[in-house]
Structure formats: C-alpha cells, structure tokens
Design a protein around this ligand. Sequence first.
Ligand code: M6R
Length: 385
Amino acid sequence: EKQGYAHFMLKEIYEQPRAVAAAIEPHVNPETFSVALKNVGFGGQSVQKLEELDAKADWAKTQEVFKSIERVFIIACGTSNYAGNVGKYLIEQLAKVPVECDIASEFRYRNPVIPAKSLVITISQSGETADTLAAIRMAKEMGATTLSICNVKNSTIDREAHGHLYMNSGPEIGVASTKAFTSTMAVLNTLAIAIARTRGVMSEAEEKELVKSLLAVPSQMEGVLSYDKYFEEAASSLKLFRGFLYMGRGTSFPIAMEGALKLKELAYMHAEGYAAGEMKHGPLALIDERMAIVMVAPTDHLYEKTISNLEEARARGGKVISIGTGDNEKLREISEHYLAIPKAHWTVNAILAVIPLQLMSYHLASNLGYDVDQPRNLAKSVTVE
Ligand code: M6R
C-alpha cells in the first residue's frame, strides 16, 4: 500500500496537501471565507454520535465555551507538542487569550495550577499516548474544559475529551510524524480564528484574509514538494557534519525543534532546535566549520532579527542551510543551500517551512540505509511512560 513510494514516510509527506485540505474542510466556508467549527460536541455527546449533531446548535455551544475561557493550555508529546507550540503563537496573537504549551510528562507531574475557566487542548495523532491521556484526565478532574485534537477517531484520548477536533490525515504508518503534524497546524489555525472571532477581537476582514491564506496552503504545499530535488541535494551534503543547530523565531522556533527531531529520529545524528534569539546565550560557542546551521527564516515580522543571528553564526564558520520566502537573494548568497517556500501569511508559514526539513531528513536517512519507516528503538505510539 505504499502506492509506488519507497517508504510510507515519503508517501505520507506527499499526502500532506490533501491531508491539510481535509483538516480544514469541515470548518471553513470557501464562499464566505469564514470559520464555524463543525460538530465539536461540547454538549457531552459520545464521539460515535458527533456526525449526527445539529451543526448550528453545536457551533453555538462551542462559542459559549470560547466566550467563557480565560486561559488555554496545550498539552502533547513529541511532534504533537511542537504543533502545539505553533498553536500557542496563533491563539495568543489572534485571539488574545493567554496560552501555555507544555510537554504532557512534565505537565502531569508538576501539580499545575489550572483555573476552572481554562480550556485544556490535548494533541495526539494516535490518541493513545500515556502521558497525554493522564494529562487530560487530570485537567478534567480539576474542572477544566477539555478539547482533543486527534487523528484516530474514537481513540482513548478522543473519548475522554469534552470537545473533539480531528486531523483528518488518514492513517499515518511511518513512525516519524509528518502529515499529522501539518494537518494539526491547519486545525489550530481554524481554532485560533474561531476563538478570535467569537470573542470579538478579530474583524471580518481579517478573518477573510486568514481563511484565504489557509485555503491557498494545499496548492502552495504542492509547490514546495515539487522542489524535492533541491532538498535531496542539500541532504547529500549533511553526512559530514558533526552536529546541527536548527534555529528560528516565532512560529519558526517550533519548526526548528521539529526539524531537529526529524534528523535525530531518522538519521541518528545530533541536532538541536533552538530559539534563534537564544544563540548568544550559549550555542554560539559550539559553532565552527563542522557545525551546520539550519535557519528557518521566512519573510515575516521577525525576519531581520533572524538574519542578523544567521550572519553571526556564519561569521563563526558555521555552514548555512536556510529556508526562506521566494527568491531571496540575500539568503541565497550567504547559504550553502537555500530552500525556498512561497510567499504566505505568517500564520501558515510553519506548515510550508517544515516540508523541506522533513524531506532533507528523509533523504539523508534513506541514503545512509536506515529504516525510515521504523527507526531503531522507537514505537509509533508510546502507550507506557
Ligand atoms: O500519537 P501522538 O501524537 O500522541 O505521539 C506523540 C509522539 O510520540 C510523536 O509525535 C513522536 O514524537 C514522533 N515519533 C515524532 O515523529
């Protein structure tokens, strides 16, 4: 069932435009460019019955919840946690609600303070991750309203949650998560817009603009995928490095973390994801010509700051691979490999920027002869602590 692809992971990377389209489709009206979350089920219905709900009444119930909350927590593990970190930037900036994103295994054991008017969002592809499940149970006990974003319908976490959203990615077989990650970021975009509009902090014009940019993402992703030969070329130079520092700011920071995780789990090479602004606080000392700097630098409000970090890293001898927007002369000039994504709104750049990072790790690992679908020591679903 690999449909001609060498690995499930490669097939799943190429399925991403379709997966993202499927993730947003239930919630977005492509004629009015507006968002209304479809059949979330905050009314207490079982997950099997969600499709039978009256969509209008259900949306009114969801809006009631969104109006009442004072805080948002996003809890997940691994790649789902990085998607959650993108969600934190989106919800905070668009909906102006304070958001905390935490790793489930930390959250559950640190006796977190969860005020009653909190929305606790858990993200889990499998819906079976032990720590995430424990976190949602704890949040419920403490009186919070819970919302799950799962890929596997009727999974344990999906059944535990008060409200339900779905990645709609189709089965993800590769242990390294790809399409579930991009679909989740798309769902989080619709969620952030929905909360913002419901709370009256976003204009209709802004909603239209954001929905249009979201609807454009699947075809923009196709565009990025069509540049795979450049990602493969960049990957072929990576074997020689002693280490990798992935960096970015804003939503590109969690993308740097995700890029580093993909390299670790697939190619078994040491990579760190870092906030670019933290570079001077330590990692700069690591940089020499045997260190690769992977900089995620799309053109957004943080671009200039990211570039100055990049120039500093280069001055210390680091070899640069950069991801940027369009035909960026500057980045092309200072990078060994420059990988372009199309011009997009900052809210969706993360969905596009992760694709070159996924494909670079994929090519590097498969050229090294590693089992990309089943990396050593890892399981698809971590159901024990
Ligand atoms: O099923 P979940 O989304 O809860 O899984 C969480 C992590 O175990 C998962 O994302 C893991 O980090 C992947 N191997 C990353 O590629």
